[in-house]
Ligand binder design. Structure first.
Ligand code: A2P
Length: 317
């Protein structure tokens, strides 16, 4: 299993199981299949609405002795309506109680976006809080205290662009260990990757397969289907692998962590096997030419009219 060393010395398995869009009713089985197959990294979030069921699966795996807590890497994320410093620790405690764990390995600020408490999905500008009113730095300081309290071993961010990450790195007492962003051959994010490499921040690739199971409201009609890309398909055919495996292997060869989501037993196992798929320099450079700055998760749902958030401010830099 490939691993990545974080800037705090902890070692994270590079390939994890994504759980965004994994439905209650399916996610417990997916987690059990994955851990039994050898996955040791689970990527969760409060907003996915399935942490309780993941917790039940983990309890079963621990009970059966398949894995111990310290052999697993568990990530979760702080939701946007809990950015006020007083709400940060209770939010993590809620996630821990749902997952049935005493600590996380990594807790991420899910988006550089703040909502009013209880406004899980904002509908009007009144549901949003500007970053002037609730700066990311103050949320971060509250997250640093979670490390002090032993509730999470590392902290990081998600969906941060270079500019926001640089600003946070400037004054952080505990440097962010990771930034989880959308990354795949159509959105290679070289500038952000270079910054993270230079600053010792692990990049984790979400939607590495193009997240074709996103709800229709999050999909564009004209979007290209990554899993059907002909260049990826050609490389896959030459190696006797699937296109998904080539996409996962590409992410690992770039030195990023990667969290493909699946609830299907065969595909969960197939995705894990991608960790041993070698891509040569020629194949890597062919994939490099596919970059087209194409976001599948473009964050337009945060650009609520009348609020201070725009898609430009979200992704600039
Ligand atoms: P399923 O859960 O039925 O396997 P992403 O990780 O980019 O969010 O993509 C998840 C989507 O990709 C889901 O629709 C998932 O479906 C599908 N998927 C996961 N693994 C594979 C695979 N090996 N081959 C084809 N599709 C896959």
């Amino acid at each position: 299993m490939k691993t990545l060393e974080l800037n705090n010395g902890l070692v994270m398995p590079a390939l994890g199981l994504g759980t965004w869009k994994s439905k209650p009713g399916e996610v417990a089985n997916a987690v059990k299949v994955a851990v039994r197959a050898g996955y040791r990294h689970l990527d969760c979030a409060w907003i996915y609405g399935n942490e309780k069921e993941i917790g039940e699966a983990l309890a079963e795996l621990f009970e059966e002795g398949v894995v111990t807590r310290d052999e697993l890497w568990v990530t979760s994320k702080l939701w946007n309506d809990r950015h006020a410093p007083k709400d940060v620790e209770p939010a993590l405690r809620d996630t821990l109680s749902k997952l049935g764990l005493e600590y996380l390995d990594l807790y991420l600020m899910h988006w550089p976006i703040a909502h009013r408490l209880g406004k899980t999905m904002p509908k009007t500008a009144d549901d949003m809080v500007s970053l002037d009113e609730l700066p990311l730095e103050s949320t971060w300081a509250a997250m640093e205290k979670l490390v002090d309290a032993g509730l999470t071993r590392s902290i990081g961010v998600s969906n941060f662009n270079s500019k926001k990450l640089r600003a946070l790195l400037k004054d952080a007492r505990i440097r962010p260990a990771a930034n989880q962003v959308e990354l795949h051959p159509y959105l290679q994010q070289y500038e952000l990757k270079a910054l993270c490499d230079a600053e010792g921040v692990i990049l984790t690739a979400y939607s590495p397969l193009g997240s074709k199971d996103r709800p229709p409201s999050l999909k564009a009609e004209d979007e290209p289907i990554l899993l059907e890309d002909p260049v990826i398909g050609e490389i896959a055919a030459a190696k006797g692998a699937s296109t998904a495996q080539v996409l996962i292997a590409w992410a690992l060869h770039r030195g990023t962590s990667v969290i493909p989501k699946s609830t299907n037993e065969g595909r969960i196992k197939q995705n894990l096997e991608a960790a041993t798929l070698e891509l040569n320099a020629d194949e890597m450079s062919k994939i490099e030419t596919l970059d087209r700055a194409r976001r599948y998760v473009d964050g337009r749902f945060w650009a609520v009219e009348g609020s201070t958030y725009t898609m430009e401010s979200l992704w600039e830099g």
